[in-house]
Design a protein around this ligand. Structure first.
Ligand code: NI
Length: 264
């Protein structure tokens, strides 16, 4: 694996999913944005997960050029997604800085009641449909239920975030019209299926992301992740696809711009 050389300029990239709103990063947003620029990461989506995370995502998007907000309640926090929270989210989603709804979905790893998660998920899907925004899906150990719900809802515009399943699952989501976003997981030694999924997908449906501060890619694994490190995700994906990093940065950026900013 090539080690990223920040002295060499390369094609601009788009981190489609990051959490500069997380406590681990929020104290130093300017520094993380500056470092992202040094690594040619010129655009990113800051993704919300609860009330405070959503508020911070909006603040960051208003302050920085090239940063957009995605707002929602992640499955783990769906117990807090009461009527007042739903009303507030519906209002916030109308902001000019917002380019998507999420992250939402189902997570069967933690013990948040499934019916509560399902109800919150459906509300997010309804909001995405009403507002004509792409939806950002969090799926953990819940492939079949997520898939069935997306299919039944006739939602065809969105992202399967930090994909970690099989090539068959990736294809099933892609067939619904979803983009598949690869995080640092694609660089992990024990994830050959994730790399096989990337190889099988049409390039037009592939995005990259960090999910920072989590899931730092090789060679930063175990460290606090940050948007700059999407460069390493791109390195790994380039190796997987037998392409150059510039090519991968280029097509994933264009895909993200098409989906979130409605231009090529
Ligand atoms: Ni996330």
């Amino acid at each position: 694996m090539a080690i990223y050389d920040s002295s060499r300029k390369r094609a601009a990239s788009y981190d489609s999913h990051t959490h500069l709103n997380d406590d681990k990063l929020f104290h130093d947003v300017a520094a993380y944005v500056g470092r992202a620029h040094e690594f040619d990461v010129m655009q990113m989506n800051v993704v919300g997960y609860d009330a405070l995370g959503n508020q911070r995502a909006l603040e960051i998007a208003r302050e920085y050029e090239g940063i957009q907000a995605v707002l929602g309640y992640q499955p783990e926090d769906s117990v807090d997604f009461d009527q007042a929270a739903q009303d507030k989210l519906a209002e916030q989603l109308k902001d000019d800085q917002v380019v998507g709804v999420g992250e939402t979905g189902l997570d069967y790893h933690w013990d948040t009641p499934v019916d509560v998660q399902m109800a919150a998920f459906q509300t997010h899907l309804d909001l995405a449909k009403t507002l004509d925004l792409p939806v950002i899906i969090h799926n953990r150990e819940a492939f079949q239920d997520v898939y069935d719900r997306l299919k039944a809802s006739q939602i065809h515009r969105g992202v399967i975030h930090s994909f970690s399943g099989t090539p068959e699952q990736a294809q099933a989501f892609a067939d619904l019209g979803f983009y598949i976003a690869f995080s640092g997981v694609v660089s992990f030694k024990k994830a050959p299926e994730v790399r096989a999924a990337a190889q099988a997908l049409p390039h037009e449906q592939i995005l990259v992301e960090t999910d920072a501060p989590y899931l730092a890619p090789v060679p930063k694994r175990g460290q606090t992740n940050e948007p700059a490190f999407v460069a390493y995700v791109i390195d790994s994906l380039a190796e997987t696809l037998s392409m150059t990093a510039d090519e991968v940065a280029d097509f994933t950026r264009k895909n993200a711009q098409r989906l979130f900013l409605n231009h090529d």
